[in-house]
Design a protein around this ligand. Sequence first.
Ligand code: PLP
Length: 402
Amino acid sequence: MDNFSYRELLDEWQDEIRMGGIAVKELADDTPLFVYDLQLIERKYLALRNRLSKNVKIFYAMKANANRYVAKKLADLGCGVDIASKGEFAVAKNFKDIIFSGPGKTLDAIKHVGPICSYHVESFNEAEKVATALSHQRIGVRVNASFQVDKGVITTSGGCQKFGIDEEQIPLTIKRLKKLKIKLSGLHCYSASGVLDAKLLSENARKIIGLAKRIEDSCNVTFDYIDIGGGIGVPYKKTDPLFDLDLFCNEINNLAEEREIWIELGRFLVAECGVFLTRVVDVKKSRGQAIAITDGGINNMLRPAILQQHPIVKADELRPQKTEKYYVGGQLCTSLDFFSRDVRLPKLKEGDLLAVLNAGAYGFSESMPFFLGHDIAGEVAVEKGKIKEIRKVSAEWYLLRR
Ligand SMILES: Cc1ncc(COP(=O)(O)O)c(C=O)c1O
């Protein structure tokens, strides 16, 4: 099976976590630390690419992880990239096809990024800005559809949204753009994140294509491509299903027979490639509950506290005989700072190495690094035994420059 989740990786690793063939404990002198296995990204990308027809273009949503080695790996594999800022653009330069999405693009950012594969505009105002700054630039319109994917972890379409232009406002927007001789070449609709039900995400894609056709007919426009967004989820729990990639890709290939389809993915491509390593710095009990305090916290990785779903293991003891229930949290003086309130782990002591899995997506990129002035987590990318390191940045360095 070429598609996989953290559960299959635990089976592959057997007793201890290995990234790029190296036991992560060998890399963990200086924690907290993110470790990325670039080969795992290749496996995930190819699992998708090999199932999709040529008429489907894949873009990497760099917001999931802007580590330069991760980005370069995907660029080398021929993937396109979806950026959301000037900073991400700086890392995106190896990619052949770049698209720019996200609300509130400023004229400054548009001029800085310059001509690219397409801008996905989120308002009439933005379309005007892009067309004024860059003549002949391809523009796609992001639509806030009237429908919603209801089982996504996070939905970004349907109802009132800051994203895109409401479906009902599209005809008038196109009329106004036509008056200014601004052409829309594509339609973009990003609906949800973390969807594990392939049928649901395929149905949503079908609805987006239907919406595009209705707009084409009623507004007398033709779109070169339809971007159906991202949202393929990955399992975080034992009971989560593995997304049915065959079903989804077959459906998308059917839709792509008529026209070019774009898909932009973050989590699916990079979640499993990363582990976040953190050492236990204290162990105690509070009213009967075992507590492990770690040297990493939500300053390094915020998502587990918000969604309470990331798997946590002891990095060098993946099959413990006996376990205990732990609350695992970092050093920050806020009760928000925890990785899990009840995870079963072998008996822990100071110095033990814990690993938060699925940390390749929305880990480092979605941290709050300056809260409390701890050092910023380091990053290491590993490929077939070769190590590419990005050093830890001391918070002192930044704070004294403010
Ligand atoms: C415009 C856009 N595209 C793609 C993505 C990637 O989503 P996912 O990581 O769920 O695939 C996001 C995530 O927020 C997004 O905002």
